[in-house]
Design a protein. Sequence first.
Length: 409
Amino acid sequence: MDLFIGNWLREYLETKKLNVEKEVYSLTLNELENSNEALTAIFLTRHTIHPISLSDPVRTDGGEIDIDISNDPHYMAFFDSGENRPIFKKARVIKIHMSYKGDQNLFLYTPNTHTTVFPRDWDVMKNELIFKVPFFSDQENSSELVKKEIKRELDIFKEYVEWTNSDIQAFNSRLQNLINTLLSKRREKLTKDQQIFANSDIPAKEESKTVNIGFIAPKYRIDLKILEKPISDTEKEYILDMSIFNEIIKHIDELGINLERTSQRLRDRDEESLRDIFFIALNSAYKGTVSTEAFNHTGKTDLLIRQGKYNVFIAEFKIWHDNKYFLNGINQLLSNLTWNDTRCSYVIFSRNANFTDLIEKCKELIKTHSNYKSLIKPISPTSFLYEFSQIGDNKKQVRLSLHLINIAN
């Protein structure tokens, strides 16, 4: 297929903007009792468009194909000019592969900046793009011609990706202000509606209601205080101050309240999208580097807070499936800790109807893990702080908070 040709990308982005407006204007008063910071984090996660990122190209052998050379000027001198029929010659094919991340639909739209030349005849799959370059090895300078064709096509394609990403980044940069403006307008509208109800002559029916405000980002970003602890004449241990760790896990717990109260908007979210809500919220609260899917020790950890060259906090996010998946998630979290990493969190999202039973199940399951030491304290009815040991070092203590968040409704 030909790429970046068809509809305009600006029209696609305008539709995305209208979807944001539609969803914000569907918020209820109960949902708007959440803090602006938490709601903004949720909507940013749902509506931010991830730019296209590309891997380096690799090649494979595409085998042989028959190509009609009857009109190829390189071979015209060898044919009778009076013949009017296809003449086939076997060509070899180089297949160029590039894996990508991002919305596959973006390859269908023309960015604001473009030329009259577009990438032609690409195969677009879920996570990979392929284009083919056929060649005749007996043709003069065939090697140079192949290199030139590959470079030309890749240069055109990468230029369109840059132009597309520029439009996407401009959209994303305006998204937070758009969401905040829409939230203010929605609150103002519903507040006026309530005032009309309140001014009517008929008394309202009394209803009991408990409001948990939940996560509110600090007015100023908090420094991540790191403690230095000598462990030998030449070595030091660097750990996150326990008071800051307690603030982080409190923020996770409070943000969970907001997510539970807006759970109907999270039903179709995967682990990555749910994790990104916490990434946005924590990134707004703390000085340091908050990153997602960062490489650490033996693999990728879902969320990592780094201060300078030190990892000070690691978190893993999972949707509940079964007992084995729950325990494997703890293994994954502990495996990603380096020796200096002693502060971590494990967040479980539940779509189960019977959430109370799941809380009790998780509290018992966690005790069966081979690195479990003890329960330090409950943080809330759905969050708990535990002491674990590091994998491979039974004397090295780890503080692990477990957070259970119900998004079943």
